[in-house]
Design a protein around this ligand. Structure first.
Ligand code: PLP
Length: 413
């Protein structure tokens, strides 16, 4: 009975399915006997969802009007729209990015930001360019909107950004489609924790600037950027790369408050568009407001007010940053345990720099390895031919020894 364009769709969400298995094992064998590395949310050392004190206190003290009323505008609260730009670009962005046109639209999480963007910029039948290691939902969003995907190898043989393959794939797509939508998910890439260097970014930007006859829409999926420890100087230099971009390049940041404030279920995010063409930004606002209104209408006002209240108040913002630093430190301690032990065990892992996840490449035997690990009550997520370990949700005591157990399972097959 489905409309013709929607037949054959079936959501196979590996993440939710495996997570369910892990939860069943916990009920059967007890929490202490199960390693649930499937979750993509930050959990503390007691395996409870990480909740920021500052988020709790600000949210619970918002006036009822802010919690229960519709948002003021379809595209979001004015102060929220301003604060997300400041958070992702620069506090003084109006000065710093003079001559550029910038606009933001509130969305239902980072997912809403990515789907709004693909919906509005990918032509039917076209391909979205993605790395081979990627968050699978990108592909489904392209399919949902009548498109397909093309992939490039994310890593070269040294484990650096595979610029050559990226370039070849962009040039290939440029021959057959006018608009090229490219998603770059970094820093703290899901599923590997990869981060590009400033030099790698410069190479990408210099190359795309040579493309004159196509429109390039670069989605910078920065879902996990708050948990990255790249130094601030390099961060600013990368952000400055939007200055001077030609009019055929549109950069759209996909921002997720799910991760930034650890408020996954609240469904708040944003698209932040930057262009040197005023008309492109006006069109962005018009088209995306239309998409918001016709899909989710507007996003919860309380979540937007929560973010704006914290960011506008220096004391609350300082509290947030302080709490966030403790979580960054926790993630890096967990990563250190796993990476050190992986080295001792000679267990190969994909280049990890920061963030929630570490991936072990396995190859053809990946399903058997996963089955074997599950028989030992260790639950991980399959990504392509690798397994993703969500260090964001596993306490240090359970990470100890995990690399060895994975190595043993791999060696069985
Ligand atoms: N981008 C990446 C890489 C993700 O892993 C996720 C969520 O897991 C998202 C975007 C979207 O998250 P949300 O819609 O909860 O903001």
């Amino acid at each position: 009975m489905l409309a013709k364009r929607y037949t054959g769709k079936k959501l196979v969400d590996n993440i939710f399915a495996t997570s369910k298995k892990a939860k069943q094992a916990i009920v059967k064998f007890g929490k202490e006997n199960v390693i649930n590395a499937t979750i993509g949310s930050l959990y503390d050392e007691d395996e409870k969802l990480a909740v920021y004190d500052v988020v709790e206190s600000v949210y619970r003290n918002l006036p009822p009007e802010d919690l229960y009323a519709y948002a003021t505008n379809v595209i979001g609260e004015d102060d929220y729209l301003e604060e997300v730009i400041k958070a992702l670009l620069f506090e003084d962005y109006k000065e710093k990015l003079k001559g550029l046109y910038i606009a933001s639209v509130a969305t239902t999480g980072g997912t809403g930001a990515i789907s709004n963007t693909i919906k509005n910029y990918m032509d039917t039948g076209d391909k979205v360019l993605l790395p081979n290691w990627m968050w699978g939902t990108y592909k489904n969003i392209a399919i949902e909107n009548g498109g397909q995907i093309e992939t490039y190898q994310l890593f070269d043989k040294n484990g650096d950004f595979n610029f050559e393959d990226f370039k070849d794939k962009v040039l290939e797509l440029a021959k057959t489609q006018k608009n090229i939508v490219i998603i770059i998910n970094e820093p703290s890439h899901n599923p590997t924790g990869f981060r590009m260097t400033y030099e790698e970014w410069v190479k990408v930007i210099e190359f795309i600037e040579t493309i004159k006859d196509n429109n390039l829409i670069i989605i910078r999926d920065v879902a996990y950027f708050e948990y990255d420890n790249r130094n601030e100087k390099e961060n600013r230099k990368i952000r400055e790369l939007v200055i001077g971009l030609p009019k055929n390049i549109l950069v759209i940041y996909a921002f997720s408050l799910s991760k930034a404030l650890s408020i996954y279920g609240m469904r708040i995010g944003a698209q932040i568009a930057v262009s040197s063409d005023e008309k492109v930004i006006q069109e962005f606002k018009d088209a995306n407001a239309f998409s918001c209104r016709t899909t989710w209408s507007n996003v919860p006002k309380g979540g937007m007010k929560l973010f704006a209240t914290i960011m506008k108040n220096p004391e609350l913002k300082a509290k947030f940053i302080k709490e966030k630093q403790t979580y960054i430190a926790l993630l890096s301690e967990r990563a250190k345990i796993f990476l050190t032990e992986a080295k001792e065990e000679n267990l190969e892992i994909l280049p990890y720099k920061s963030g929630f996840f570490i991936t072990v490449p396995i190859g053809e035997t990946v399903d058997k390895v996963i089955e074997d690990l599950e028989s030992k009550n260790i639950f991980v997520i399959k990504f392509d031919t690798g397994i993703r370990i969500g260090i964001c949700s596993v306490p240090k005591k359970k990470i100890k020894g995990l690399a060895k157990k994975i190595k043993e399972s791999i060696e069985k097959f």
